[in-house]
Design a protein around this ligand. Sequence first.
Ligand SMILES: [Zn+2]
Length: 508
Amino acid sequence: MSTLLPPAQKLCVTQTLAKLSLAKLDNHDALIILVPESLSNTQWDTLPDGPKLQNLLQRAKKHGTKKRIRSHLGNDSATSITLAELSNTTDWPESFELLSIARQIVSEALQDKPVSLALAVSGFSSAQTVELHKALLLAAFAIDFKMPVFRSSKNKQARLKKITIFGKTPAKLIERASIEAESLNLSRWLTALPANVLDAGNYRKAIRSLAKDNHWQMKFHNEAALKKLGAGAFLAVSQGNARSDAGIVHLKYRPKKVSDAPQLALVGKGIVFDTGGTNLKPFKSMLDMHEDMAGSAVALATMLALSKLKVPFAIDCWLAITENRSSAKAYKSRDIVTAANGTTIEVIHTDAEGRMALADTLALAGKKKPKLIMDFATLTGTCVSALTDRYSGGFSNRDTLHSSIIAAGRASGERVWTFPMDKDFDEELRSRNADVLQCAVSGGGDHIQAARFLQRFVPKDSAWIHIDLSSASRSGGLAQVPGGPTGFGVRFNLELLLDQKILAGLKN
Ligand SMILES: [Zn+2]
């Protein structure tokens, strides 16, 4: 289990109302000072070595556009200082930009591997200060987190252990940021694990251990059970595997004194490695296909965050876990299979396995008629073509939810843009021999057609949001997260569910 789940990130966050002084700095290896452009001379004077800092910053700005400096001040302990300036008058940055700025500042401050970091945000409005504290904390948790490595020599580096906020920020916000970051890091970690470590069987073990620690009920529908349930779409994908360890995991979070009927179902695509199947992918397209389970990691991490935040509603989480392999047993183009809700599907392209695995998983999740079903999947290349890897795509069977989806993306910094999914997009999915084609033979708009395909497996009574995770991984990093798997979706979900309270507006 040691490599399957990330080691606990022992990062303690405290806050103090003590005045920031040179003497106080002796307890910290590094300090971040964030000030507005408009800071007055008297305000500069209140900062440790303020006039010197002001001077250094002015000189740096004269020699270029840099609004950040690193320095050591007059204290003997040689605390490194990262000073950054931010405009607080015009164009106050949106969450995404704020988190990106926070990543740059925190990356610089962590260069010397400090064990203790102090944060001082000075001269901003109280609302801005709280936003900045949150962005800096999220960035520190993301950058300090060590992604899985398998080197033979263990490199024991000093880790960041303590963050002290000089100033006041609500304790609830610190707790929420820590839980968000921890869950997001779990998603990044699982997505980064190679497929010979996180194979279907080990993934299930890791989930079982999380379920035990967090008091979730867990049921695993193995291939024999899925056969009984008629889940022919999922099984079409898993039949090509060498081992029969694939299946659909069902987790239940039930707070005390709450009825068993789930308000929310989280559904995730967990293809632990995607070769494309019989329609094999070329080398470069297949290289990082151990990340094709990112959707399931996001669903699982969202479940973890909501459960740690002790939300008062019942949640189901459904994870479709399998490989997609080429083998003599693997499914083929023009095969016809029947899904758990009776829909017959004509297979076109075996690399469109995600929608096959999700079809049955959505059908199972929908049986319990949750108020809202949300699914997450690295589903289509056309979504990346449409949005790049900076945004993810959003779809819903309720047009009225589009504005909330976009707003939650803006507010969380995990940006989502919505697409239409009118009925006439079904024309491309018309099959002569079955109820529906798995995907179109040619032509664009696969992300929209995939959403139309998936909608067939969702009950009309449940609101449904489908997120095509085009930004699940980004080599240059995204917002506060450094390069690699982004964990994108976890913070978006929390914003949508807890801040926008989307469930309250939905009928059962
Ligand atoms: Zn695929």
